[in-house]
Ligand binder design. Sequence first.
Ligand SMILES: NC(=O)c1ccc[n+]([C@@H]2O[C@H](COP(=O)([O-])OP(=O)(O)OC[C@H]3O[C@@H](n4cnc5c(N)ncnc54)[C@H](O)[C@@H]3O)[C@@H](O)[C@H]2O)c1
Length: 377
Amino acid sequence: MPRKQAKRIGLAIVGAGRVGLIRAELAARHPQVDWIGLAETNPERGEIVREKCGADFVTTDFRELLARPEVNAVVVATDEHLHVDPVVFAAGRALPMLIEKPLATDLTESAQTLDAVENSGVDAVIGYTQRFRRRWLVAKEKVRAGALGEVTMVTTRAFMNRLVAIDNYRRSDNRAEVTPMVISGTHALDIVMWLMEGKQPVEVYARSVNKALGPTWQGVDGTAYTIAFDDGALYHGVISWALPEIWPGAVYSLEVGAVGTEGVLTIDDTHRDVVLATNLIQAEGYAPDRRRHVDFLTSYPVGDMALGELRGPMREETNSWLNRVSLGVPTQHATAREGHNRLMLTKAIDLSARLGRALPLPLTPADEARALSQAKR
Ligand SMILES: NC(=O)c1ccc[n+]([C@@H]2O[C@H](COP(=O)([O-])OP(=O)(O)OC[C@H]3O[C@@H](n4cnc5c(N)ncnc54)[C@H](O)[C@@H]3O)[C@@H](O)[C@H]2O)c1
């Protein structure tokens, strides 16, 4: 490969919450990043993050930040339903982007955002962080190389501590859009769709339950779904984010099985291999439950703090994206089109569960509006 001329980076981070801070601290250590600017609607938070990462500029207005001459790359790390405006604005300025998942939480907005990105021709990728873990990369490589023959059936079981669900319901002013599929199930879905790359989903059937989170949070506990593909392959997934707070997995656990005509691949990502038991309550994670003294470590999908730095997939993903921007090297990030596809699938799963019937795929915004208006009649 010819040697590349590295581009220097002036990085804008829109949304300096938990993930914005992680991306900013990682970017501050990257050799190609000369300048960091932050846009954060909460000025106190913006100031805290500016101090932590040594940012050069901070504002509450993302338009002011994205108009700065130093900026040539953008991370959009606002709340899930607030990605759209900064993404469309950055696309208008032809700035390459790393957009946190999901692309949007509304199907129409997601389609409009994808149009804005594709019409501008910018390089925009979605933060499906799990793609940067070695176990999923090895699985992807084996499936790609044909070790399973033709993949015919995939199952995933995602179990999550309800602390994550409660945190999301607390932060949202539109709880109907905060579902386990749209917010969290999208990670397992992306991994499976990545493994099944090239197959077209043609039908979905799903059902949900809501007895634990329903009464207090008007939320959904969990969803079971089956997606059928054009070649007859099936993907069956289950997600529950209603596990009790005392469950030792603080965040996410996943089991995956992929069966093909010539092989099978199973992945245990339940984090029961590193177990901490202590009399002392550790003040980390999503406000840990005071009764919980046992922890399956490494269940936070982003990574873990060790010796003052984040270690794990979000570090790998951020550095990889900065190299993509700086050197133009390819990476395994999900594209904006894949991001829209994942949002469409999660919305179709939720809609099927709500209507109690199978739906053809893909689901368009018009299909969704029609199905919802029929359901109201
Ligand atoms: N890849 C992963 O593993 C992973 C993990 C956690 C969260 N996420 C995603 O990252 C995103 C952010 O999540 P978080 O946990 O950091 O949330 P957060 O609530 O901690 O941070 C969001 C921040 O954005 C700010 N904000 C909102 N609108 C803004 C605007 N228009 N301009 C500037 N600032 C604005 C808010 O004030 C808040 O500080 C979400 O999309 C989430 O789904 C990804």
